[in-house]
Every structure is written in structure tokens, then in C-alpha cells.
Ligand binder design. Structure first.
Ligand SMILES: Nc1ncnc2c1ncn2[C@@H]1O[C@H](COP(=O)(O)OP(=O)(O)OP(=O)(O)O)[C@@H](O)[C@H]1O
Ligand SMILES: [Mg+2]
Length: 593
């Protein structure tokens, strides 16, 4: 083929590939435009997860009728005029690409009335083909309707996920935007249902200071109540916002929000800095939760570093990293003594030897199980045949054929079990091992799982879209042994749970699993929604690091592992145990035999 210049329509579609990935990208671009236009209220309506319709209506300054067609052409923007403006961007948009990109891959209509005009005008665009300007009725502000996304690009359409998933992306996105501007009202509706409703807060017009009320509204009261406020400035930089108390750490990274000069970003440098600040107080894979704002002289940060503007480049990234890390670390250090009472076992101590009296596996009576749920019970429940083991003498010959993993000797740093078998030493990662045991049992019992009726049904408050996602997978939950009912759009009632699982703190188990299944960041190496559900259930229910186990409990776990398929890896693919042979020990100590 000869070289040719592509026509502008095709160029727009190619550009759309960079910024318009899914319906939530449209919501992002349109709402950012509304915020740039000074809107005090932004209303978003969607149908079919935003694919059939996404409509954004604002009360911003609007667009003069004679500029409306220009707004839809490529590289046309009112936000920058020269290269110098690029050095200190204060608006969310600046590339002049969003509207033409969206219009090239959808059926698009814009209606706008400029504040100083007395009439509104509209333009309809069908897959990039502009119709003529028409007079219209509209209060000052702008409404944009995007229908049938990717109708002219079937290949892109195929990459869209289910309606529930796309709707979830939109909710998450709007939550971010709502956290960025407390002074603006945000509302999201799908069909007749309100998915997010955040009224404008803040005393003065234009006071965009983040407010904890908004945070509570968007992320839930629980985060707001268990968070520590933070505010620290140095020279041209200020960090402020809220970090979740370590005890409120989560299984997934879904409550991590960063805003740089009001722009929501997912910036690795900033995320790493916070993680480092939390390093002493979180164990295992627990994730910190936070809503943090970085205000910085705009000339010290480049926002033109990523097509979707999700990453930024700091002129002095080292210094920013240190600044954030120290601010977070210091804030957490301040609180440590007071937190003692609610603190989980993050200061894990080595527990050599049995820490609780060896308990009869049948009962577990008289053992102090002060944790949030009883380990011995969990282990007992996971092991149908555990009663047989309990009759086995604890001091049988190590590593007899019946017990290839040998006999437990101690728990090390609250994480590993040390055991001895015929070949030498065995080390077991107790959480990983228990997770695999649970997962395999859940899988094997699917559809025939023993369920445990709860004495009092438990109600769990979830976000509407999370509950949508859960209900879409209801059959899998029920096959696993749950009995569920949706009481209201955002309330779930749990009547029964799988007998295998702990019966305590079911509400947070359900919440953890819902967010875990949705969060592809912590994806298991498991295909299929059903396996992901069971895997997440197993992971969230398995005994945690730093839970003290008695020798009998450790032995029960070893025996279960021996009977569990694929017990050598947890379902994230990490090994669950390893062997150090006597020969290796001899070599270590240069001991000839
Ligand atoms: N809701 C709105 N209210 C007022 N003006 C708007 C609105 N949406 C778009 N505009 C005008 O249309 C122009 C083009 O919008 P578009 O989103 O395509 O580009 P941009 O926001 O300038 O840059 P970017 O591509 O980075 O988003 C904007 O610069 C702005 O002047
Ligand atoms: Mg824009």
C-alpha cells in the first residue's frame, strides 16, 4: 500500500482508542469538562452500564452557540493557548481531544447554553458525522448524551464486559470524582435507581476543601470513623486527607485514593510512598485505605504524561516520595499507643512452643480464643475427619507413612509452622495452606455444601452496584452454601452460611469477598467467576498470620493438607510448604555422617 494521510474521521477513532476504553471513560471525560466549566451540580444518567446511554448534565458556564461545532473538532480547546500554559496546567482537560474522540465512536448529542446567551443550541453527531446546529431549550449549562458506544467499531464493543461490571466501573469513577470536589453535587442514576448521591458541601462557592462528610457519604461511615486525619506542609507542597487506621486495613486496595491538585490519579510513586509509610503496621497482604490530597505548585508537576492523565510526573520525584512517606509514617507513629486496644496482631511475636494448652480437637473448651473468630473451630469445621486424628497419639514416630508432613513442633513468627518428619524439617505457611484446604473443600462440596442456619439473620450494607454484582452471581453463592436475600437495593440479608466457614463477622467476610471478587488487582490464578468466588471465600476465611495455634491445631492442619489435592500451592500459586532434609541440615553444619 502506498503511504497516505488518514482521513480525520479515522484519526479521531484512533485517538479514541487511547482515551475511550469503556463507558466509564466517557463519564470521566464529560464530568471533567463539567468541573472545568465551573459546574456546581453534575448529574449522570446511564442505561445498560453506560453502553446504551451515558448522559451528563451540568450547570457550568456552557458553550456559546458559535463555538459548539468547534468544541467537537480535534485539538480545539479553551483551556490552553501556548506552550507556556502547558507548564502549569490548572484545568482537568487541556488536550482538546475528548469530545471529538467520543463523538467518533458513538451517537452523540450536545446541547449547551452559555451563561450570557438567552438561547441554547444543539448539535447531533452520528459516528463522527456532524449534523447542523439547531436551536434548543436548555438552562445555562451543558447536557451531553452519548448513545450506542462503539456501534461502529464492533471489535471494540467485544471488549466490553457485562452491564453490571461496566456500571461498577462508572460508580468507582464517579466516587473518585466526588471525593475530588466536595463543593460540587454529584448524582448518578441508572434506570430509576440512584447509585450515588452526594449533595454539595462546603460553605463558600468554590471552596473545594475536601470534607470528611463527603468521604463518609461516598466511602461509607466505617472508613470515616476509623480514619486519622493528616495535614502536613513543606514549602510548595501540602499533603492532607485521611488515612485508615491500621486496624481498618483491607484485603484489597479498593480504598486508595490520590488526588494531585484536585485530579484523581493512580500514581505508582505516591501509592508506594504510602505503602512504605504503613510498612510497620500492616501484615501480610493487607492493604492500607486512604483518601489523600497533594497540593503542589502546578509548575512542579507535569500532568501531560499519560493519555488518560492518570499518572503524573513530579519535577523532583524523590523528594515528593520522601515527603509523603514521612508524613504518613509520622502520623501512624503518633497514634500507636492509643491504638493498642483495637490493634490486630501486627507486632507478631515468635511463639515457640505451644502457646495455648493443647486442646482436644473435639472441643476446644477452656481455650482462650480472643481473636475475631475461633481458629480451632475453623480448623475443626474444615476437617470432616479430624476426630480421627485427635485419637492419634501426638508423639507418634515422626513422619510415619500416615503423616508425610510429620508432627508440628512450633509456630514461627506467627506465620509458619515448624514440623518434623522422617526426612528432616518441614515448614508450612499456615495461611496459604489453610486457604488451599478450604478452597478445595468448597469446590468439592459445591451444590451439596452443608449449610449452617444463623440464629439471627445478618444484614450487610453494600453499595447498590456491589449488591447488583453479588446478586448476578447468586447461584454460585448458594451453591457454596449461602442463603441470601436482597432486602432493599443496598441491603443484603444472610440467613445461612457454609458450615465450613467461620460464623463470626460474616458481614465483613461478605464485604471482603465482594470487593475481592471485583478487584482484578488481586486476581487469583483462577479462571471463571465461580472459582474466583470460592477462591476469594477461602482466602478471606483462612486463618490469618499471627493467629496463635496450638500444637493440636497445627497437626490438624498438616493432616488436612495431606488429604487435599494441590495442597502444595495456595490458590495464588505460592507454595504452602517446604522440606529441609537432614542431609541439607548436615551440610549446613559441615557434619559428616
Ligand atoms: N460541559 C462543558 N461545559 C462548558 N464547556 C465545555 C464542556 N465540555 C466541553 N467544553 C468545551 O469544549 C472544549 C473541548 O472539550 P474536550 O473535552 O474535547 O477538550 P478539553 O477538555 O479542552 O481537553 P481534553 O481532551 O484534555 O479533555 C473544552 O475546551 C471546553 O471549552
Ligand atoms: Mg475535556
Amino acid at each position: 500500500m502506498p503511504i497516505r494521510v488518514l482521513d480525520h474521521h479515522l484519526i479521531d477513532q484512533i485517538a479514541a482508542g487511547e482515551v475511550i476504553e469503556r463507558p466509564s471513560s466517557i463519564v470521566k471525560e464529560l464530568v471533567e469538562n463539567s468541573l472545568d466549566a465551573g459546574a456546581r451540580s453534575v448529574e449522570v444518567d446511564i442505561e445498560a452500564g453506560g453502553v446504551r446511554l451515558t448522559r451528563v448534565r451540568d450547570d457550568g458556564v456552557g458553550i456559546p452557540a458559535d463555538e459548539l461545532a468547534l468544541a467537537l473538532s480535534r485539538h480545539a480547546t479553551s483551556k490552553i493557548a501556548s506552550a507556556a500554559d502547558l507548564d502549569a496546567i490548572t484545568t482537568l482537560g487541556f488536550r482538546g481531544e475528548a469530545l471529538p474522540s467520543i463523538a467518533s465512536v458513538s451517537r452523540f448529542e450536545i446541547v449547551s447554553r452559555h451563561v450570557e446567551a438567552d438561547r441554547a443550541a444543539s448539535i447531533y453527531v452520528d459516528g463522527g458525522a456532524l449534523a447542523e446546529l439547531k436551536p434548543a431549550a436548555h438552562p445555562p449549562g451543558t447536557t451531553i448524551e452519548v448513545r450506542d458506544l462503539f456501534f461502529n467499531l464492533p471489535a471494540r464493543r467485544k471488549f466490553l464486559r457485562s452491564e453490571v461490571t461496566e456500571q461498577g466501573h462508572i460508580v468507582r469513577l464517579l466516587e473518585r470524582l466526588a471525593l475530588s470536589r466536595s463543593d460540587v453535587a454529584f448524582r448518578l442514576r441508572s434506570a430509576a435507581r440512584t447509585l450515588l448521591d452526594a449533595p454539595a458541601l462546603g460553605p463558600a462557592m468554590g471552596d473545594s476543601a475536601p470534607s470528611l462528610d463527603r468521604v463518609a457519604r461516598v466511602l461509607g461511615q466505617e472508613f470515616a470513623e476509623r480514619s486519622l486525619d493528616l495535614d502536613h506542609s513543606a514549602g510548595p507542597v501540602r499533603i492532607h486527607g485521611w488515612i485508615g487506621a491500621p486496624a481498618a486495613a483491607r484485603a484489597t486496595s479498593d480504598l486508595q485514593f490520590w488526588f494531585v491538585n484536585g485530579r484523581a490519579v493512580r500514581d505508582r510513586l505516591l501509592m508506594n510512598a504510602v505503602r512504605l509509610g504503613f510498612r510497620d503496621v500492616l501484615y501480610g497482604g493487607r492493604q492500607p485505605s486512604y483518601v489523600l490530597y497533594l497540593d503542589i505548585d502546578p509548575s512542579l508537576v507535569d500532568v501531560n504524561a499519560h493519555p488518560q492523565k492518570l499518572e503524573v510526573r513530579f519535577r523532583d520525584s524523590r523528594q515528593i516520595h520522601d515527603f509523603v512517606f514521612r508524613a504518613v509514617e509520622r502520623r501512624l507513629a503518633d497514634t500507636r499507643p492509643a491504638q493498642g486496644a483495637v490493634a490486630p496482631a501486627w507486632h507478631g511475636q515468635a511463639t515457640l512452643g505451644p502457646t495455648t494448652a493443647p486442646l482436644g480437637l473435639r472441643g476446644g473448651e477452656g481455650v482462650d480464643l480472643s481473636g475475631s473468630w475461633a481458629v480451632s473451630e475453623a480448623l475443626r469445621a474444615t476437617s470432616a475427619g479430624v476426630h480421627e486424628f485427635s485419637s492419634q497419639p501426638l508423639h507418634s514416630a515422626p513422619g510415619s507413612d500416615a503423616a508425610p508432613l510429620g508432627e508440628a513442633l512450633a509456630q514461627i513468627h506467627g506465620v509458619y509452622i515448624l514440623a518434623q518428619n522422617e526426612q528432616g524439617l518441614v515448614l508450612v505457611d499456615m495461611h496459604a495452606a489453610h486457604e488451599r484446604v478450604l478452597y478445595e473443600k468448597l469446590k468439592a462440596q459445591q451444590g451439596t455444601a452443608a449449610t449452617q442456619l444463623l440464629l439471627a439473620p445478618i444484614s450487610v450494607a453494600l453499595k447498590v452496584d456491589e449488591l447488583d454484582a453479588l446478586m448476578a452471581q447468586r447461584a454460585d453463592w448458594e451453591a457454596a452454601g449461602f442463603e441470601l436475600e436482597r432486602l432493599s437495593p443496598d441491603t443484603l440479608v444472610v440467613r445461612s452460611v457454609p458450615a465450613l466457614l467461620p460464623r463470626e463477622d460474616i458481614a465483613s467476610l461478605v464485604r471482603d469477598v465482594v470487593s475481592g471478587v471485583a478487584d482484578s488487582g488481586t486476581a487469583h490464578h483462577l479462571d471463571g467467576a465461580t472459582d474466583r468466588l470460592l477462591g476469594t471465600l477461602a482466602c478471606r476465611s483462612a486463618i490469618h498470620a499471627h493467629r496463635r495455634l496450638s500444637l493440636a491445631e497445627m497437626n490438624a492442619l498438616l493432616r488436612q493438607m495431606e488429604q487435599t489435592p494441590r495442597a502444595d500451592q495456595c490458590n495464588h500459586g505460592r507454595p504452602t510448604w517446604t522440606q529441609v532434609t537432614l542431609a541439607e541440615l548436615d551440610r549446613m553444619f559441615l557434619r559428616g555422617r
